[in-house]
Design a binder for this molecule. Structure first.
Ligand code: GDP
Ligand code: MG
Length: 177
């Protein structure tokens, strides 16, 4: 413990990845601004949002990056991943193909990162229980196999969104402090 510990600044880069339309942008807007958009188009121009949280009396900031639609063209750049210490890998529980893409996103993340990245598998749209296409068990199993945290969320109903980000940010903090 140093005397100036209180002045320490924590700023962590966290990226959100996953197939198009799984709800990445809405997870971020729900977390950062408590907003949801039913007809959200790819947000052009907004690269990231900075969100602060208090951990053990310290201000911890997360700079959370959204793909701004690049994933549709499989053109998520190295700059996007550079320096990331946390990642949310998102799929849509009502669309199995987005779950099947998770492996590819993990490979891409691995190939772009040179440090340990705290990774959370996120099954979004859990409000769509009636058209569920991926069971909770399958999500859990994949997360266990790959060594990821796992959570199901709904950006629409505000279920577990804050929790998903905060688990990642806290784990990063615990790893560095
Ligand atoms: P992105 O392409 O991954 O950034 O996905 P968006 O955030 O743009 O969301 C794609 C579509 O899914 C939009 O029509 C959203 O309104 C919808 N959506 C996002 N999150 C949820 C959710 O939790 N539940 C439901 N039912 N729809 C969602
Ligand atoms: Mg988006």
């Amino acid at each position: 413990d140093s005397e100036d510990e209180g002045d320490q600044e924590y700023l962590f880069k966290v990226v959100i990845i996953g197939d198009s339309a799984v709800g990445k942008s809405n997870l971020l807007s729900r977390y950062a601004r408590n907003e949801f958009n039913m007809h959200s188009k790819a947000t052009i121009g907004v690269e990231f949002q900075t969100q602060s949280m208090d951990i053990d009396g310290k201000e911890v900031k997360a700079q959370i990056w959204d793909t701004a639609g690049q994933e549709r063209f499989r053109a998520v750049t190295s700059a996007y991943y550079r320096g990331a210490v946390g990642a949310l890998i998102v799929y849509d529980i009502s669309r199995r193909s987005t779950f099947e893409s998770v492996g590819r996103w993990l490979d891409e993340l691995n190939s772009h990162s040179d440090t340990t990245v705290v990774r959370m598998l996120v099954g979004n749209k859990c409000d769509l229980e009636n058209i569920r296409d991926v069971s909770v068990e399958e999500g859990k199993n994949l997360a266990e196999t790959e060594g990821l945290f796992f959570i199901e969320t709904s950006a629409l109903d505000s279920v577990n969104v804050k929790k998903a980000f905060e688990i990642v940010i806290r784990e990063i903090y615990d790893n560095v402090s």
